[in-house]
Every structure is written in structure tokens, then in C-alpha cells.
Ligand binder design. Structure first.
Ligand SMILES: *[C@@H]1O[C@H](CO)[C@@H](O)[C@H](O)[C@H]1NC(C)=O
Ligand SMILES: *[C@@H]1O[C@H](CO)[C@@H](O)[C@H](O)[C@H]1NC(C)=O
Ligand SMILES: *[C@@H]1O[C@H](CO)[C@@H](O)[C@H](O)[C@H]1NC(C)=O
Ligand SMILES: *[C@@H]1O[C@H](CO)[C@@H](O)[C@H](O)[C@H]1NC(C)=O
Ligand SMILES: *[C@@H]1O[C@H](CO)[C@@H](O)[C@H](O)[C@H]1NC(C)=O
Ligand SMILES: *[C@@H]1O[C@H](CO)[C@@H](O)[C@H](O)[C@H]1NC(C)=O
Length: 778
């Protein structure tokens, strides 16, 4: 009997147990644990109602406290304070607190936020081995992220925002196959990121903002699920991170990213928000970003983006916030932005746009600044820009050397003659609009003479001290930064005498003595000519340990009046000024080829590499400097520096520059940007027809309309003819640089004579009846 009733009692208990909802009853030890946590946390506001009678598992959840139970065990515990600036008292024992927590072994979700927890995260946390979500934001946790967290193999979400954790993000962080959310915003974490991040294949959200992380981003392109990447306010850079195309939100604000933005960005079809403001990006802004199918917000402010905006660019309908402020954009705002509704934010001050409702710089500002950017190697045009820079420096060097020698000679002589030569940069100002006519033909024949005269007015080449360069750039302050290349940065400096210079910093690997550079410096010091952006000097910085060269600084003139292209399109140079500029470029080429030994060829001349100074003197900023090529080769492939003389002349080498010069002439004539070889070819064909057929009317349709009436037909024709010859496909058919110069000078003379004539009688410009020196053969 007794045994039977006992049996039925057992049965009832069993049935009751089975029917009971699984979360209704908590082991008393776990209830006791909760009460102890309450005490350790100093009875926070949300827990004031807890006592020994509380039915924890069935209490109504609220934003501050939630307990979830499953099979008599607590699986979720959320205790959130209501004051993120509170701090638990000095006596708070974080170790005992975590020891207590480990009595809840089935915890899957633990959220302890704004509770004033302080101290390092204890190693014991590894005992919470079921943990999937851990949120300990807004406390005062310090120390480093303990490696014991790596034992929590089920972890999917780790949030440690707003604490004071330091040290690095550990390499083992990549060992969580299920990690979907990793957020460590606003701590004091630093150093480079572990490469292992790229193996967190489940990651959806990565927030590293407001720390002191630095260095390149690991390759995240295999994180196919990554939707949010927030890197704000760190020192990441310089390369744009590589990501999967499914990114939705990309925040890179206030870092050290440099260079251009990758064109893939315009294929991120899910991208809603992109903020790359306050970095050092350069290069063209891609208007196609405005029309990405999901885009809502774009912030590129505070970079050095260049390029022209057109009113006809289209935008995505949902685009609400756009901030272009403080870049180097020209053109005018797309109408789809200027006509946005009132609640949309469209900011664009501090550019060179034609929309003046927000403060703009004059066009020349953007052109000048863009030049500085231009001077640096661009990815797409690797050889040319590099060469250009190299060339700039090399040409500068070469010119400098020659000139130095020459100046030295004259200086010594003069000194002997007791007339002390001070050399305030007295510029030989040859006004483009006058000064050429009578002397030109003579000049062209006395090349060597021209070479010598060429460098007059440029301060002598010298070596600079590092102190001097630091003073000139305010310790290479970011405000003096003007551009970045793969080999180093370019800064604008103001020397003690007030002159403005461009300083190129070339970082080197170890083991170069300054003697290794003798040959290069000699060349660089020769690259000084009126029509080159000339080298003014150099400076070596050494490694302390072994006195090898760590950085080579090359100092160039700073030419600040924009490129030849911008002068043609912006300031609308007159025909006389255009010929003068072309003559300047030709003289620069002549000097590069023949004025120094060995000559500098294949300089990748483009109209944007020709800079104009304030007297509208054209200067080639891009020349083929061997030192840059060598440093680059060393950086890229690790070849040894100072290897064999590589200036090997190939057949018709000098005619490469003649072709490029012809393309520059095309743009001078037509006023239209010529960007491809096809463009050049087509335009050349049109020009060819215009001189063979009954020309004048036809020509007028091709020639820059701005030139209009102020351009003499024969002068124009001469320039067109030489231009066509320069662009011959066959190098041997292209004229020599002397031939080019002669013809240009002739054209200048004809124009000058015509102007004199036509001043008395107002004549139609392109009409064939005025030529002075050559009969019209239209
Ligand atoms: C936060 O908690 C304190 C008590 O600790 C309470 O007086 C205050 O009203 C709470 N504030 C909010 C915003 O809930
Ligand atoms: C939050 O905590 C701080 C420090 O304990 C205290 O000064 C502040 O008054 C608190 N704020 C609120 C709203 O309770
Ligand atoms: C983590 O806690 C903070 C503070 O309570 C909260 O704002 C945030 O949403 C939480 N994150 C997650 C993923 O639960
Ligand atoms: C930019 O980031 C740095 C590094 O985190 C930080 O010190 C600085 O305050 C940030 N500047 C702004 C304006 O947020
Ligand atoms: C764009 O970013 C800058 C700082 O990087 C910030 O000052 C500005 O408010 C942002 N613009 C918008 C529209 O949010
Ligand atoms: C927009 O206008 C520019 C110049 O005005 C022109 O070159 C370009 O082809 C136009 N683009 C479209 C899509 O119409």
C-alpha cells in the first residue's frame, strides 16, 4: 500500500514535471547567484526589486533587466545600468564578480552594460563556455582583451564598446567561425589589425571606430556577409580596404587613407551609406557613386578629390545626404542635387564649383592644388606619372647640375672680378605676349646659348638641412601636405627667404650611403631650365643606427598657376600666349634631349604635366628621373639600387616626346581636352582636311572658338601643320625638336606682325588676307 501510494506520488511529480513549462523553475543555486550579483553590482537601479522571493524566470522583462531560463537554468542575463558614467566603488571585486557569473554555466547571452564595471576582464570568463553573445559596452573595463575569450568557441557577437581597453586586437580573434558581430568602438586599442580578421567568414558587422588602430586593413574581400564596416577615427591607411561588393554601410572618416578610391566602389550595389571624409584621398571623384541603386548618404568632405561635376549627372532617388565640402572639385553641381527637397542635406563649400551659394575657391585654387596631386604617380598611368615625377626630379637634377656648373663658373669668375654676386631669384621675365618676335629665330639657332640662359633666374642648386625643411613645412604638418605617391609624400614649404617650394620625400630601405646617390644627385642638380619645374636642392635624412640614408628629400620650385590645360580652358589664353607656351614646352624638351648628357627621353609629356607660372611661362613638371625609377624598382621587386646606367637609347627615342608634344599642340589649337590616342587621331584627320580643302571655314569649326577673331590665319596654319607632323604614326616622319621650334617661332612672328597690322583696321580673324611674311596658299 505504502509502496503503491509512493509510486502514484512519484507519477504525479513526474507528470507535473513534464507538464511544467521548462522555464518556470530555477535551481535555487542560480537564484542565489543572481542575488549575489545584485550585491556585487551595488544594487543597481534595475535590480532594486530583486529579493529571495523573486520568481526570476517569470519576471516581466524590461530594458534594464531580463532573465531567460531554460530547463532550470539561466540562459540569458541582461543587466543594464541607466547611467553610463557611473563607476562601481573602489572595492568592486571584478574577479569575484566573474567567478559568481560562472555559476550560471548555461549562459548563452550576457549583457552587462553601463554598470560601472571596472578593471581588467578576468581570465575566468573562459568558463562561460556556452556564451554566444557578450555585450559589455559602456563600462570602465581596462587592460587588454584576454586571450581566454578565445576559448568561447560559440561566440557570435562580441561587443566591448565604450570601455578603456588597450593593446592590440589579438590574432586569435580570427578563430571564431561563427562570429557575426565584432564591435570595439571607442576604446584605446591600437596597432595594426590581425590578418586573421579575413577568416571571420560569418562577420556581418565590424566596428573598430574611435580607437588608435593603424596600418593597412587586412584583405576583407572574402567576408561575403560583411554589411557594416566602421573604421572612423583611427589611423588606418593608406590603401583603400578591399571588401566584398555587398557592403551596406562603409565609414572610414578621419583616418590616414590616401591615394585614389577604387573604381569597384561604383559596383557596390547594396551600398547605402559611405563616409570617407577627412582622409587624404586624391584623384578623381566618381560621379557614378551618386547613382548607386541603394545609396542614401555620401560624405567625401575634407579630401583632395579632383574632377569636374556636370549638371546632367544623375542621382539615386533616395540620396538624402551629400557632403562634398573641402575638396578640389570643379564644374557645377549636378542638378539632381541642387534641386533636392528641403530635408536633404547637400554641402559643397570649399571647392571650385560654379554654384556660389556655398563659399567656393577660385578655379585656379583647385587647379593649383590638383597640380600638386597630379605631380604624383597615379595608378592607372604608372609609368607616365612616375616618370613624370622622376622626370621632374631628374630633369630638375640634370638641369640643376648643368646650371650649377655654369653658375659656379660665372660666380667664381665674377667673384674674382670682385663683383659679388648675390642671387635673389631675379627672374628673367620674358613676357609671353611680347619679346619673341625678332629674337626668336636667332635663339633657335643658338641652342647652347639658350641652354645657358635657360636656367637664369632659378636659385642655385644646393643641399638643404633637415632643420630647414622642417621649418619650411612646420614639421611636415598635414596642412602643408600636397600629395602622395607610392614612393612618398609631397609637401609645400616656405623657405626662410619666403620662396615657396615643393618638397618630395622619398623613403628608402636601409643600406644606401649617400654616396650611392652621387650620380643621381649630379643628374638632378642639372635639371634646371626656365621651362622645367626645376630642382633647387636635396637633403638626406639618415637612420640613427648605421647612418644609411632613410629619406631623400628633393626640393623643387613650386609652380602655382595651374596646368597648361587649365590655363587654356579657364583663363582662355590668347593665341599669342598659346604659341609662347608651346615654344616653352618645346624648349624644355630640347633641353631634356640635348641640353644634358645623357639626355632624358620618353618623358610622358601631357598637357596636365605642363605647369604655368605667374608670368605664364610654361614649365614641364614631368620628366623621366632615373632615381625615382630605381627607388620604385627597389620597393617593388627588391632589385638593388644604383645598378647599371639604364638610359639605353632606342631608335627614335626622341620622337616619343615629339608625338606627345603634338597632342599638347592639338589641345592648344582646339581648346578641347584630348584624352585618348583615338581622340588625337580623329582630330588630326579633321585638321588635315581643314588645311588641304578650302580651309578657313572648316578650320574655324575645329579651332577653339575663344581664339575667334584674334588669331591670324597663317599663324594658325603653321601651327596646325607642325602639329600634324608631330602626330605622325611613323616616328621617323615626326619633325625634330629644332624643326618644331623654328616653325612655332615663325608662327609667333607672323601673328605678331598681323596684330600690328590689324590694330589699325578691324579685320576678320581667320580671313586669309593679312599675313605678313608668308603668302596665303588657301
Ligand atoms: C537612473 O537611476 C537613478 C537611481 O539610481 C534614478 O533616480 C534615475 O531616475 C534613473 N534615471 C533614468 C533615466 O531612468
Ligand atoms: C551618473 O553617474 C555619475 C557618476 O556616478 C553622476 O555624477 C551622475 O549624476 C549620474 N547621472 C544620473 C542621471 O544619475
Ligand atoms: C549592447 O549594449 C548596448 C548598451 O545597452 C546597446 O545599446 C546595444 O544595442 C547592445 N548591442 C547588442 C547587439 O545587443
Ligand atoms: C580623428 O581621429 C583621431 C584618432 O582617433 C582622434 O584623435 C581625433 O580626435 C579625430 N578627430 C575628429 C575630428 O574626430
Ligand atoms: C561629413 O564629415 C565631416 C567630418 O569628416 C563632418 O564634419 C560633416 O558633418 C559630415 N557631413 C554630413 C552631411 O554628415
Ligand atoms: C553630360 O554633359 C557633359 C558635358 O556637358 C557631356 O560630356 C556628357 O556626355 C553628358 N553626359 C550625359 C550622360 O548626358
Amino acid at each position: 500500500m505504502a509502496s503503491r501510494s509512493y509510486f502514484s506520488y512519484l507519477l504525479v511529480v513526474l507528470i507535473v514535471l513534464i507538464l511544467m513549462p521548462p522555464s518556470s523553475q530555477l535551481q535555487s543555486s542560480q537564484a542565489w547567484t543572481l542575488l549575489r550579483l545584485q550585491r556585487l553590482l551595488n544594487f543597481p537601479f534595475g535590480l532594486t526589486s530583486w529579493d529571495s522571493r523573486t520568481d526570476f524566470c517569470n519576471a516581466e522583462p524590461n530594458p534594464l533587466v531580463t532573465v531567460v531560463c531554460y530547463e532550470e537554468s539561466i540562459t540569458q542575463l541582461h543587466i543594464n545600468g541607466n547611467n553610463s558614467s557611473s563607476r562601481l566603488p573602489k572595492s568592486f571585486p571584478i574577479d569575484s564578480f566573474f567567478t559568481t557569473l560562472t555559476r550560471l554555466p548555461n549562459l548563452k547571452v550576457l549583457s552587462l552594460t553601463s554598470l560601472g564595471l571596472w578593471g581588467p576582464i578576468p581570465a575566468k570568463i573562459s568558463r562561460l563556455s556556452s556564451l554566444e553573445i557578450l555585450n559589455m559596452s559602456s563600462n570602465l573595463l581596462d587592460g587588454t582583451i584576454p586571450s581566454e575569450i578565445s576559448h568561447l568557441k560559440n561566440l557570435q557577437t562580441l561587443i566591448l564598446d565604450h570601455n578603456i581597453l588597450g593593446g592590440r586586437l589579438p590574432e586569435w580573434i580570427g578563430s571564431f567561425p561563427l562570429m557575426a558581430v565584432l564591435s570595439v568602438k571607442n576604446n584605446a586599442l591600437n596597432g595594426p589589425l590581425p590578418v586573421s580578421l579575413s577568416s571571420l567568414v560569418s562577420l556581418r558587422l565590424l566596428v573598430l571606430s574611435f580607437n588608435a588602430f593603424s596600418g593597412p586593413m587586412p584583405d576583407l574581400s572574402c567576408l561575403a556577409n560583411l554589411q557594416v564596416l566602421d573604421l572612423e577615427s583611427n589611423y588606418f591607411g593608406p590603401q583603400f580596404p578591399s571588401l566584398s561588393k555587398k557592403v551596406v554601410k562603409l565609414v572610414m572618416r578621419n583616418n590616414s587613407f590616401k591615394g585614389g578610391i577604387p573604381s569597384e566602389l561604383s559596383s557596390y550595389y547594396l551600398l547605402q551609406q559611405v563616409d570617407i571624409s577627412s582622409n587624404r584621398f586624391v584623384g578623381p571623384f566618381m560621379p557614378s557613386l551618386l547613382s548607386l541603386p541603394s545609396i542614401q548618404s555620401i560624405n567625401i568632405s575634407g579630401n583632395r578629390f579632383t574632377g569636374m561635376l556636370f549638371p546632367n549627372t544623375s542621382c539615386n532617388d533616395e540620396l538624402k545626404d551629400v557632403d562634398f565640402s573641402s575638396n578640389l572639385l570643379t564644374g557645377s553641381l549636378p542638378t539632381c542635387l541642387s534641386s533636392r527637397s528641403k530635408d536633404a542635406i547637400v554641402l559643397y563649400s570649399g571647392n571650385c564649383l560654379t554654384n556660389k551659394d556655398q563659399i567656393q575657391h577660385p578655379n585656379s585654387f583647385c587647379q593649383n592644388q590638383a597640380f600638386a596631386v597630379d605631380l604624383l604617380p597615379r595608378k592607372e598611368k604608372k609609368t607616365s606619372v612616375h616618370k613624370a615625377i622622376v622626370a621632374v626630379s631628374v630633369v630638375g637634377a640634370v638641369v640643376v647640375a648643368l646650371i650649377v656648373a655654369f653658375l659656379l663658373f660665372t660666380a667664381i669668375r665674377r667673384e674674382q672680378a670682385k663683383s659679388v654676386v648675390k642671387r635673389p631669384p631675379r627672374r628673367l621675365i620674358e613676357h609671353a605676349s611680347n619679346g619673341y618676335p625678332s629674337k626668336l629665330l636667332a635663339d633657335a639657332r643658338y641652342i647652347s646659348q639658350t641652354m645657358k640662359l635657360g636656367a637664369l633666374g632659378i636659385p642655385s642648386y644646393r643641399s638643404f638641412s633637415l632643420d630647414e625643411l622642417e621649418a619650411a613645412t612646420n614639421n611636415f604638418d598635414t596642412t602643408t601636405f600636397i600629395g602622395e605617391g607610392s614612393l612618398g609624400q609631397m609637401y609645400r614649404g616656405k623657405l626662410r627667404d619666403g620662396s615657396i617650394v615643393a618638397i618630395r620625400c622619398l623613403k628608402l630601405k636601409k643600406q644606401h650611403t649617400s654616396q650611392n646617390f652621387n650620380r643621381h644627385i649630379e643628374l638632378i642638380s642639372k635639371l634646371r631650365h626656365r621651362h622645367l619645374v626645376s630642382a633647387l636642392g636635396h637633403c638626406f635624412e639618415y637612420y640613427l643606427e648605421d647612418s644609411s640614408v632613410s629619406t631623400l628629400f628633393l626640393v623643387f620650385e613650386y609652380v602655382s598657376n595651374g596646368t597648361l590645360r587649365s590655363n587654356i580652358s579657364g583663363q582662355k589664353l590668347s593665341w599669342t600666349q598659346r604659341i609662347a607656351a608651346a615654344i616653352g614646352v618645346a624648349k624644355g624638351i630640347q633641353f631634356l634631349h640635348a641640353g644634358i648628357i645623357p639626355g632624358v627621353f620618353a618623358n610622358d609629356l601631357t598637357i596636365t604635366n605642363v605647369l604655368m607660372d605667374h608670368n605664364l611661362v610654361a614649365k614641364i613638371s614631368s620628366y623621366n628621373l632615373p632615381v625615382l625609377a630605381e627607388i620604385k624598382a627597389e620597393v617593388m621587386v627588391g632589385t638593388t639600387f644604383g645598378s647599371k646606367e639604364h638610359v639605353r637609347r632606342t631608335l627614335h627615342e626622341e620622337k616619343i616626346d615629339i608625338y606627345d608634344f603634338g597632342v599638347i599642340l592639338l589641345e592648344i589649337i582646339s581648346g578641347r581636352p584630348i584624352t585618348t590616342r583615338i581622340d588625337a587621331k580623329l582630330l588630326k584627320e579633321q585638321l588635315q582636311e581643314s588645311i588641304t580643302a578650302d580651309g578657313a571655314a572648316r578650320r574655324r569649326s575645329i579651332v577653339d572658338p575663344v581664339l575667334g577673331k584674334a588669331c591670324c590665319s597663317d599663324s594658325l596654319k603653321t601651327v596646325i601643320e607642325i602639329c600634324i607632323r608631330c602626330i605622325s604614326e611613323e616616328p621617323a616622319e615626326r619633325p625634330s625638336v629644332e624643326d618644331v621650334l623654328w616653325n612655332l617661332q615663325f608662327a609667333a612672328q607672323v601673328q605678331e606682325a598681323w596684330r600690328g597690322d590689324s590694330n589699325s583696321s578691324e579685320d576678320s580673324p581667320l580671313s586669309p588676307h593679312t599675313p605678313a611674311l608668308r603668302s596665303s596658299d588657301d
